[in-house]
Design a protein around this ligand. Structure first.
Ligand SMILES: Cc1cc2nc3c(=O)[nH]c(=O)nc-3n(C[C@H](O)[C@H](O)[C@H](O)COP(=O)(O)OP(=O)(O)OC[C@H]3O[C@@H](n4cnc5c(N)ncnc54)[C@H](O)[C@@H]3O)c2cc1C
Length: 502
C-alpha cells in the first residue's frame, strides 16, 4: 500500500489551497478527486465555444494588498490570472415595480456616494452600515490575514441577524431591499442569516470586484501545477469511499476501485456529513454525527447558460440582481406559481469579448425537492445517464418561465439567444458530490452560531476538514478555510505572516 504524509479528499478551492501550503512546507500530499476536472465549484464547461463558470462569477478583494490578492500572490496566481476589473457599480439591484437601478459600488466612498444620491435622507444609515460592516470583519483575524483578533472575540458578533441589523438601520423599505438585494451571494434568508456572513462577503466585493476572463479554471490549473511541482500527487477520476480507522486514527483510505492509500494525516474537502458517513469509528460520537446530519444545507439553484448571437446583447462589466418586492429575505419560500422571487445575471467574459456578450448565466433558486422524481439518476461527463424526457420537459418549462421573468426587465433578450443550456440541483449534486446540490454548504444561523460551526479538527486525531461548510463559502472563504486547516494540521501558522507580506 502506498503511503503519503497527507491524503486530501477532493480538489475544491479549500483542498487545493491546503495542499499548496502543505506541499510547500515539505509534506508529500496525495489529492484524490472523483471528477475528471479538478476544482469542484471552480469547474468550467464550454458550450458553442463559450466558456461558462459553474461556481465563480466574480471575486472580491483582489486589489493590491487586499486579502485575496495577498493569498493569490503567495500562491503564484496573481501573474497567471487574466482579471477584469468590474465597473465601479459592480452590482445593479433591480426591484420589482421600480424602473430605477440601484448601484452597489466598489470602494467605500463610491458606495456611500452612489447610495446617498439615491437615498439623500439616509446618509447616516448608509454611513453606519459601512462602519459596521468593516468593524464586523475585524472580529475574524484570518480574514484580515492576522493570527490574533486583538482582543475581539468573534462569538460576540456571530449572533447578530443580517436582516434585523438592516431593518433597524432605516425605515426606508427600498434602501433595506437594496442593501439585501444581492443576498443570493450568500443565500440570505431572514430567519437565519448572520450579519457576519453578509459583512465578510459584501466587504470583499466593496473593496474591489473582478471577473476571471475565460473562467476561473486557471485558478485550479495553477494551484494543481504548484502541488505537482512540490513533488505531490493528484489522482483524478478516483473516489474515496471509506476512511479506515485503526488504533485510534485513520490508517488508510479505501477508494471505490478497491485501491488503498495510507497516510499520516487525512484532510476532507467534501462536506463534513459525507466525511463522517465514510468514517466508521466510535471516536465520532453519535451526538456529533446527529448534529451534522441535522444541519440544514443552503438552497440549490436552477441555472440557464445562454449563448448569444454575435453582436446582439451588450456586454457590461456589472451583474444584475432582480428582487421581487418584499421578498428579499425569503426568496427560498417560493411556490410554483410565483417562482422565481429573484434572479441574478452574470456575463461570461472571454478574451474575445468586446462590446457584445458571448454568453450569460441566469441564476435562480431551486429547492432540491423539485427534482426528487429524478433523484435516482446520476449524470456527469464521465458517467453519462439520460435523466429522461420528463426531466427535459421540466427543465424547458422552468427555463421558459425564468426567461419570461428576465424579459420583463430586459426586453429583447430572447431575440439575442442563439441557444441555452440549463442545470438543476441534480447537476450540482452529481458534480460536487453532496446530497442536494446545495449552493454554499451548510447554513450559518445567527440563532445558534455555535451549533452551525464546524471545526477543522475532528475527534479522530489525524482527520481534518476543510471547505465551504467550515468558515465561509466563496473563493475567498474557502481559501481562508484551506489556510486554517493547514495551520491546524501543522500546529503552526507562521506562513500567514508570509502571505500577509507576500
Ligand atoms: C452556482 C454557484 C455560484 C457561485 N458563485 C460564486 C462567485 O461568483 N464567487 C465566489 O467567490 N464563489 C462563488 N460560489 C461559491 C464557491 O464556488 C464555493 O464556495 C467554493 O468553490 C467551494 O469550495 P470547496 O473547497 O468547499 O470545495 P467544493 O467546490 O465543494 O469541491 C469539493 C470537491 O470534492 C470532491 N469530492 C467529493 N467527495 C469526494 C470523494 N468521496 N472522493 C474524491 N473527491 C470527492 C468533489 O468532486 C469536488 O471536486 C458559487 C457557488 C455556486 C454553486
Amino acid at each position: 500500500m502506498k503511503k503519503f504524509d497527507v491524503l486530501i479528499i477532493g480538489s475544491g478551492m479549500g483542498g487545493l489551497v491546503c495542499a499548496n501550503i502543505l506541499s510547500r512546507e515539505g509534506y508529500r500530499v496525495c489529492m484524490v478527486e472523483r471528477n475528471k476536472q479538478l476544482g469542484g465549484c471552480l469547474q468550467i464547461f464550454v458550450r458553442d465555444k463559450v466558456i461558462f463558470d459553474s461556481g465563480v462569477h466574480y471575486l472580491g478583494g483582489l486589489d493590491q494588498g487586499q486579502n485575496l490578492y495577498q493569498i493569490f500572490k503567495w500562491l503564484g496566481l496573481m501573474d497567471q490570472l487574466q482579471l477584469e476589473r468590474m465597473d465601479e457599480a459592480f452590482d445593479h439591484i433591480v426591484l420589482e415595480g421600480d424602473d430605477k437601478i440601484y448601484e452597489i459600488a466598489q470602494g467605500y466612498d463610491a458606495f456611500i456616494q452612489r447610495l446617498t444620491r439615491d437615498f439623500p435622507e439616509e446618509g447616516n444609515a448608509i454611513l453606519k452600515y459601512c462602519n459596521t460592516i468593516r468593524e464586523i470583519c475585524d472580529y475574524f483575524p484570518m480574514y484580515r490575514l492576522q493570527t490574533e483578533a486583538g482582543g475581539k472575540e468573534k462569538l460576540e458578533v456571530m449572533g447578530i441577524s443580517a436582516r434585523i441589523f438592516i431593518d433597524q438601520l432605516t425605515q426606508n423599505k427600498k434602501l433595506r431591499a437594496v442593501l439585501a438585494g444581492n443576498n443570493m451571494l450568500y443565500a440570505g434568508a431572514g430567519e437565519q442569516t448572520p450579519l457576519y456572513v453578509h459583512a465578510l462577503i459584501l466587504n470583499s466585493y466593496m473593496e474591489s470586484a473582478w471577473r476571471c476572463v475565460n473562467g476561473g479554471s486557471m485558478i485550479t490549473r495553477v494551484l494543481a501545477a504548484n502541488i505537482r511541482a512540490n513533488g505531490s500527487v493528484i489522482l483524478r477520476k478516483r473516489e474515496v469511499s471509506q476512511l479506515i480507522v485503526e488504533d485510534g486514527s485513520v490508517s488508510h483510505a479505501l477508494l471505490k476501485d478497491g485501491t488503498r492509500i495510507a497516510a499520516n494525516y487525512f484532510v476532507s474537502n467534501t462536506n463534513p456529513v459525507n466525511t463522517f458517513r465514510m468514517t466508521e469509528t466510535p471516536l465520532i460520537r453519535p451526538v456529533t454525527r446527529k448534529r451534522l446530519e441535522n444541519m440544514k444545507n443552503t438552497i440549490s439553484s436552477f441555472i440557464i447558460n445562454i449563448v448569444f448571437k454575435p453582436g446582439c446583447f451588450p456586454y457590461v462589466k456589472h451583474n444584475y440582481y432582480y428582487v421581487r418586492a418584499g421578498s428579499e429575505w425569503n426568496m427560498e419560500a417560493y411556490d410554483e406559481k410565483e417562482w422565481p422571487l429573484g434572479y441574478a445575471l452574470y456575463m461570461a467574459p472571454s478574451k474575445r469579448t468586446s462590446e457584445f456578450a458571448d454568453g450569460m448565466t441566469i441564476f435562480a433558486y431551486m429547492r432540491y425537492e423539485e427534482v426528487l422524481p429524478w433523484a435516482s439518476s446520476f449524470n456527469t461527463v464521465t458517467s453519462k445517464q439520460d435523466r429522461g424526457l420528463a426531466y427535459e420537459k421540466f427543465k424547458r418549462r422552468k427555463a421558459e418561465k425564468l426567461l419570461g421573468k428576465v424579459e420583463e426587465k430586459f426586453p429583447g433578450i430572447r431575440n439575442c439567444i442563439k441557444t441555452y443550456y440549463t442545470s438543476t440541483p441534480l447537476s450540482y449534486r452529481d458534480y460536487i458530490g453532496n446530497d442536494d446540490g446545495n449552493l454554499y454548504g451548510t447554513v450559518k444561523d445567527y440563532r445558534g452560531p455555535l451549533a452551525a460551526l464546524v471545526a477543522p479538527k475532528t475527534k479522530v486525531p489525524n482527520l481534518f476538514l476543510t471547505g465551504q461548510s467550515l468558515n465561509l463559502h466563496g473563493i475567498l472563504g474557502t481559501a481562508i478555510s484551506g489556510l486554517i486547516t493547514a495551520a491546524a494540521l501543522m500546529g503552526k501558522d507562521d506562513f500567514i505572516e508570509k502571505i500577509r507580506n507576500a
